[in-house]
Write a protein that binds this ligand. Structure first.
Ligand code: PLP
Length: 400
């Protein structure tokens, strides 16, 4: 009898966390490393949100709360879904967890059985297939590529659906590609989903506020209200308010699912952190003016990074609509040799050579299900990005 559970043997450790850790270790050992591998905004949590947390501590809001979140936060979440997404929901239709990741974890663990299938569009956020596998179900990968703007097409969706499909996971804007679906594109997917009433939709909208060039964010339950009864719309304050460490994610969805999630959460973390919940109330109800500045900053960085990458030998990069990632193709480098003598047989070789030879930490595309690419997070300062681009340029020009 082994010590570690069989369930865990089905799961891979997070590649993004792994590369970031390796980069940290190299930096600690004295190497000059620029890490563009992590997925968090480099801004500070806004002052008014930090103050709300301090006030909550001073008021003694330091005890257990409702499992599914304090009423004030559920009301703020319901108001946010109404205001920003046109979803008419009550506070009882809302649920809060310790991060968006715990919402996804709860929803999948609470609903999946062995034999169930979950359609996961490629490229995907690393945790989706692993949580599906942990729950004993099967991820079914629906292929997207640079040619489709990294977006799932209605045809690819329909081909992936079977009698066993319980969920489709959508993520817009996307980690790792930055692709954001338009209303029309979501309507195309919704038309397919209307034909398959047994399929539920989990939409991960955590990068909602980060869309550029004046685009309007759209979410599927808003585009096709008939899907509302089988859609779990997930969001959180990690990326929208630079609150990754506070651990607050939230959702709205069918009450039957929320009730099951409550049962699971009550036997795991009990409730999301009380102080963070009060901070999130302020994040959602308070002023949002700072977001325009953040968007402008990210858009400028995106344009700089994409502009530079497309001049480097062997790379080809689309301009993504949102989030803070770019996902260039490095297929032009594959099969060649780096200046340091490493054979670049895969995207992982490219990423490891870049880290070891030029000190830039990125994440290989195959970790997100799409080989031949890598992900760069541009949530970094202008000078770090300029330095990183110089290093990637030097790396690419040294490849033979
Ligand atoms: N969903 C996506 C697509 C993400 O990129 C992340 C974080 O990187 C999360 C969910 C998790 O967010 P949270 O920090 O709220 O758990």
């Amino acid at each position: 009898m082994g010590l570690i559970s069989d369930a865990l043997s089905r799961v891979q450790p997070s590649a993004t966390v792994g590369i970031s850790q390796l980069a940290r270790q190299m930096a600690q050992a004295g190497k000059d490393i620029i890490a563009l591998s992590a997925g968090e905004p480099d801004f500070d949590t806004p002052q008014h949100v930090r103050k709300a947390a301090i006030d909550a501590i001073e008021r003694g809001e330091t005890r257990y709360t409702n499992v599914e979140g304090i009423t004030e936060l559920k009301e703020a979440v319901a108001a946010k879904f109404g205001r920003d997404n046109g979803l008419d929901v009550a506070a009882e239709d809302c649920f809060v967890s310790a991060g968006g990741k715990q919402i996804i974890f709860n929803a999948l663990m609470a609903t999946l059985n062995p034999g169930d299938e979950v359609v996961v569009p490629v490229p995907y956020w690393v945790s989706y297939p692993e949580i599906v596998r942990l729950a004993g179900a099967e991820p079914v990968f629906a292929q997207a590529s640079q040619e489709t703007g990294f977006k799932l097409t209605p045809q690819a969706l329909e081909a992936a659906i079977s009698d066993k499909t319980k969920w489709l996971i959508l993520n817009t804007p996307s980690n790792p590609s930055g692709a954001a679906y338009t209303e029309a594109e979501l309507a195309g997917l919704a038309a397919v989903l209307m034909k398959y009433p047994h399929v539920h939709i989990l939409t991960d909208d955590i990068y909602e506020v980060l869309v550029y060039d004046g685009r309007r964010f759209a979410t599927i339950a808003q585009v096709e209200p008939k899907l509302m009864a089988r859609t779990l719309t997930m969001n959180g304050v990690s990326k929208s308010h630079a609150m990754t460490g506070w651990r607050i994610g939230y959702c709205t969805g069918p009450r039957e699912i929320l009730k099951a999630m409550l049962k699971l959460q009550s036997q795991s973390t009990t409730n999301p952190p009380s102080i963070s919940q009060w901070a999130a109330v302020e994040a959602l109800n308070g002023p949002q003016g700072f977001l325009a500045d953040w968007r402008a900053t990210f858009q400028k960085r995106r344009d700089y990074v994409v502009g530079r990458l497309n001049t480097f030998a062997g790379l080809d990069c689309l301009t993504p609509e949102g989030a803070f990632y770019v996902f260039p193709s490095c297929k032009g480098l594959i099969g060649k040799t780096s200046a340091g003598g490493r054979v670049l047989a895969t995207d992982e070789d490219v990423v490891m050579a870049l880290l070891e030879e030029n000190g830039v930490a990125l994440v290989h595309g195959s970790a997100f299900g799409l080989a031949g690419h890598f992900r760069i997070s541009y949530a970094a300062s202008d000078s770090q990005l300029a330095d990183a681009m110089d290093r990637i340029e030097a790396f690419c020009s040294g490849v033979q």
